[in-house]
Design a protein around this ligand. Sequence first.
Ligand code: GUN
Length: 288
Amino acid sequence: MSLIDGKAIAAENREKTAKRVAEFIEKYGRAPKLTVIRVGNDQASIVYVRNKKTACEAAGMLSEVIEMPEETEESFLLAKIAELNADDTVDGILVQLPLPRHISERAVIKAISPEKDVDCFHPQNAGLIFNLEEATFLPCTPAGVMELLHHENVKISGKNAVVVGRSNIVGKPVALLLLSENATVTVCHSRTENLAEVTRSADILVSAVGKAGFITADMVKEGAVVIDVGINRDANGKLCGDVDFNEVAKKASLITPVPGGVGPMTITMLLSNTVNAAFAAEERKKQK
Ligand code: GUN
């Protein structure tokens, strides 16, 4: 078994992004800027947003965090997004999820200009995952998974890829990205019958379920590549993925740890989307 070192791969990738940022600044005399909105006091979100800001600044980009109280009205948030959409100095807008229950996530996602939607959650951008050649953005976590597979030279074409989980953020888009590289893709979910039988057919197994210890060794084929997207807490409160790492690692040829696997790649892809947004914005200005 070999470990996929997401932290090291993310660092390599962020260095490349920092170079693109430097080129952008040289060419356009300003730095790409990401604005993140966080509503309420979700503890995990506070950490994630802080990490995003730090990563932007480390890559030479500008980053602004707008914090709003839990009781913020949806109309106020939508008005702020409209203001940021119209602000030429802002290249990327990200509203951290989850939002308080009284705010519609769908309405917020749709309010962000597709040109600044660095999460790639807007239906227009999500639709472009069908037509990758037209896409400015790829969804961050799924793109991060693909980067890890590419970095490790995992053969994707013709292989059986099984994705466990069908969320709009991870399961569905990662299945499409694997399909676009000619994997034979199966998407499993809570209603899947004979789940272990299906997962045992996987040459590449991606788990995005959100349950500690969900993928056990009997569900994994000898020699499989196992990508763990889960971020959970075990019974002792320790950070862990969906995969029973110690047992599954004995069978997998390659496996991502949690922490230090997919996690660092998500922000890495966000940085790269923000630079893409900034270059695209300058291109549009030229064409006006
Ligand atoms: N909450 C957890 N992950 C994400 C993410 O990738 N984007 C946003 N906007 N919120 C999140």
